[in-house]
Structure formats: structure tokens, C-alpha cells
Design a protein around this ligand. Structure first.
Ligand SMILES: Cc1cc2nc3c(=O)[nH]c(=O)nc-3n(C[C@H](O)[C@H](O)[C@H](O)COP(=O)(O)O)c2cc1C
Length: 218
């Protein structure tokens, strides 16, 4: 990772640390000439291990398709369980996105990118894709932070609520169940459901309603 100490410090302040941080990535969809710009959102892990920051994207997702074409994306931080679950399984409305114009002055000839982010996010990190390594069923993309946006000045940190994290876990298990149809994931989802009922906030329970809605559709 070719990163400045200043950027890494900002990342840490934003709460993105070593290990895997789960954020909602927003990317620009491909548009035919003359078409309106449209955007995509879905949760993915930002992996920061052994001084390397990267994404591991399984082929088949819109995000993977977009990031094999686009060099910039936004990583949106939120603890809104509804936003997490909706963006995992459904398309968000275009009104839920805003665009930021980013000028990459580090490139030999400065590049201007229009990057979508979520209006409801608390904080946003803009990332640049610096290298792609393609395997049969996935792509690894090395990334580096490019800029930082604070949208919600009121929110300085996250409270650990087991209900919220259980919604995130339930979303992960359901995406895996969709891929494999392995019923062990349904047991795991049931376990998280009971935690959400016990520990979750109203918004976490509403987030899990979206997981249940999706379960009824598949
Ligand atoms: C918390 C969380 C983390 C995820 N991380 C990844 C990941 O790192 N790589 C991946 O390929 N899919 C990951 N997924 C699955 C994608 O979010 C899921 O396939 C999604 O439907 C893709 O949406 P899209 O087609 O709009 O991009 C994750 C899901 C959740 C809920």
C-alpha cells in the first residue's frame, strides 16, 4: 500500500482499522452515452492486513462489475441496520445518493471522477483502485484512501449494540445461503434473530424485517 501516514491516521480516526471493516460501497453504474448517471450500493469488507488494503470481490455482483471498470468508489460508514440490509438485497433509490467530484492530482495527468456516496452515511472515505488481480471466481483490488468526508458531525463514534451486528451477520449468512442453499445458514440466521429481539434497537428490528422479507422471496 502506497499510503501517507496522514491518510492512515485519518482512516484510524474514521474507525477503519486492521482486519476487515464492513462498509457500504457505492459505485457508479455503466451508462450508455446520453443516459442518466446511476449508482449502486452494497456492503463489502475492506481488508487491511499486513500493510495491504484491498477488496476481495466475488464475481457476479454489480459492485464487482463496476469496480473492474471504475477506478474510484466511496466506502460509507453507518450503523443504520435498515440501510445495511436494504443495500445487501435491493437497489437503493437514486435520490438516496449524492455525487462528489474528486480530482486526482496524484495521476500524471489529473483525472476527474464523479463518485456516488450515501446521503444518510455518517462518514465517507473515497478510495482509489490501484491494482486488480483476477482469479477464476473473484477479483482482488488493492485500494488506497483518497479523501474523507464527515456528513454527521453529531456522531463521534459507534456504540457496540449486539442487535446491529446481528443484522449484519444475518445479511452475510443470507447472501451465503443464496449462493449455497446450505441450511446451516438458516440456523445461524435464527440465532441472530433471537439476539436482535433481545438486544436490538427499533431500527435493528426493522433491518431484520428486510432480511425476513428476502427469506420469504427465495
Ligand atoms: C457485511 C457484508 C459484507 C460482505 N462482504 C463481501 C465481500 O467482501 N466480498 C463479496 O464478494 N461479497 C460480500 N458481501 C456480499 C455482497 O454484499 C452481496 O453479494 C450483495 O448482494 C452484492 O450487491 P451488488 O450486486 O449490488 O454489488 C458482503 C455482504 C455483507 C452483508
Amino acid at each position: 500500500m502506497r499510503e501517507t501516514a496522514e491518510n492512515l491516521e485519518k482512516m484510524a480516526k474514521f474507525g477503519i482499522s486492521e482486519g476487515i471493516s464492513e462498509l457500504i460501497l457505492t459505485t457508479r453504474n455503466d451508462a450508455a452515452a446520453g443516459d442518466k448517471l446511476s449508482s449502486n450500493a452494497a456492503p463489502f469488507g475492506i481488508i487491511w492486513k499486513n500493510n495491504r488494503m484491498f477488496l476481495h470481490l466475488f464475481k457476479g455482483s454489480k459492485t464487482c462489475e463496476n469496480l473492474t471498470r471504475e477506478d474510484f468508489f466511496a466506502a460509507n460508514m453507518t450503523d443504520d441496520a435498515v440501510l445495511f440490509a436494504t443495500s445487501t438485497f435491493y437497489d437503493l433509490k437514486e435520490e438516496e445518493f449524492e455525487n462528489v467530484v474528486y480530482i486526482d492530482e496524484k495521476s500524471a495527468s489529473p483525472v476527474t471522477a464523479v463518485i456516488p456516496f450515501l446521503k444518510k452515511a455518517d462518514r465517507v472515505v473515497l478510495f482509489k483502485c490501484v491494482e486488480r488481480t483476477e482469479a477464476e471466481d473473484s477479483v482482488i483490488i488493492d485500494i488506497e484512501p483518497a479523501d474523507f468526508i464527515v456528513l454527521n458531525l453529531e456522531k463521534e463514534g459507534f456504540i457496540v449494540n449486539r442487535g446491529f451486528y446481528s443484522v449484519v451477520e444475518a445479511c452475510v449468512h443470507l447472501t451465503r445461503y443464496e449462493l449455497t442453499k446450505d441450511r446451516q445458514y438458516l440456523d445461524l440466521i435464527r440465532h441472530h434473530w433471537s439476539l436482535i429481539n433481545r438486544c436490538g434497537r427499533k431500527r435493528d428490528k426493522e433491518g431484520f424485517d428486510i432480511v425476513r422479507k428476502r427469506m420469504n422471496e427465495i
